[in-house]
Ligand binder design. Structure first.
Ligand code: ASP
Length: 337
């Protein structure tokens, strides 16, 4: 009997009151990441290990150019990384933001969780911590990221995320100075091509949940910008007694609403996962009708769903699922509303 089949039958047994566990769900069609996480669970690994390995796979493969090294160069051409990992049993969290020159952001996030009493480390200090923990420093710039950056400079640094500054940021590059009069909020211009994040939820066979994220954020972001992905309750949240959620999209807007926390609390109160995801999106929509974003949700019994805000470029949201129903990751989609 092939080993993978043996594992599949050994691990995939029905559990009373639950859908078949274990389970992996992640944002976007990052199939190899799902498979990597599932492999960990199949061989009896923990939900935390699954999330770490799944996100790590995306980092190595530079999923969509928006996870890992060599993507989303900032205004100075540098790629910096944000990541989060959360243990839904202990409520421990580790996160890194604006991490420089280290490829394995999710690994460093886990080290923050397991080797410090802090929750988040940022910037050069996070890099120094990572180096001390044995992570290798290297340049995250690639030919591709350099090309994106060079083209952007040639195009007068368009688009960028500045407002209320001089010279006019819709025409000129930095340096900028503040102008006296504040104008209206600038229209969001993030779209399906300027970002994506892997957000992952994993359940082991006992219902222990972990969640995590990894991203290089937004292309042409202002140096120092931290998105929603490493913010607990925004990018992801997990509580084994209630469920877990992970978000992707316009992090600058989404983090203001803690959508992952909100969805988990809705599920704790009995809302089904699809409805909880929708409520988290609706809350943001009320203030930012045209924000770009999506969320995946799973309750404590392993039922799952997703939701997204319907905008040009995002009519349907794709996500991946691995569970005992199939030996290979399943591509799922939800219509945005
Ligand atoms: N949420 C990420 C960020 O704002 C990007 C994304 O998921 O598309 O950094």
């Amino acid at each position: 009997m092939p080993t993978s089949f043996m594992y599949f039958t050994l691990i995939c047994f029905p559990t009373f009151g639950q859908t078949s566990l274990p389970l992996v769900i992640n944002t976007w069609s990052f199939k190899n990441a799902t498979a990597a996480a599932w492999e960990v669970l199949q061989s009896g690994g923990s939900a935390l290990d699954a999330v770490e390995k799944g996100c790590e796979r995306c980092q190595e493969e530079q999923c969509d150019g928006s996870v890992g090294y060599g993507g989303s160069p900032d205004e100075s051409g540098e790629t910096t990384l944000d990541a989060l990992i959360m243990d839904g049993n202990t409520m421990e969290v580790g996160a890194v933001a604006d991490l420089k020159r280290i490829k394995n952001a999710i690994g460093v996030a886990r080290a923050v969780m397991e080797r410090t009493e802090h929750t988040m480390l940022v910037g050069e200090s996070a890099t120094l911590f990572a180096e001390n923990m044995g992570f290798v420093t290297e340049d995250l710039t690639t030919v591709n990221s350099l090309d994106i950056f060079t083209q952007w400079l040639k195009g007068s640094c368009q688009p960028n995320y500045r407002k209320n500054v001089f010279p006019n940021p819709s025409k000129s590059c930095r340096p900028y100075k503040p102008i006296a009069k504040l104008g209206p909020e600038k229209k969001l211009h993030t779209n399906v091509h300027s970002h994506d994040t892997i957000g992952m939820i994993a359940f082991d066979r006992y219902g222990h949940i972990a969640a995590g994220t990894s991203t290089n954020g937004l292309t042409h972001k202002i140096p120092g910008r931290v998105g929603d992905s490493p913010i607990v309750g925004a990018g992801a949240y997990a509580d084994s007694t209630a469920g877990a959620a992970a978000a992707t999209g316009d992090g600058d807007v989404m983090m203001r609403f803690l959508p992952s926390f909100l969805a988990v609390e809705m599920m704790r109160a009995g809302t089904d996962p699809s409805a909880a995801c929708k409520m988290a999106i609706s809350r943001i929509k009320r203030h930012y009708a045209d924000f770009f974003g999506a969320i995946i949700c799973a309750n404590a019994t392993g039922h799952y769903g997703a939701a997204c805000n319907k905008v040009p470029g995002l009519l349907q949201f794709h996500y991946m699922v691995s569970n005992c129903e199939s030996d290979t990751p399943l591509l799922k989609s939800v219509e945005c509303f």
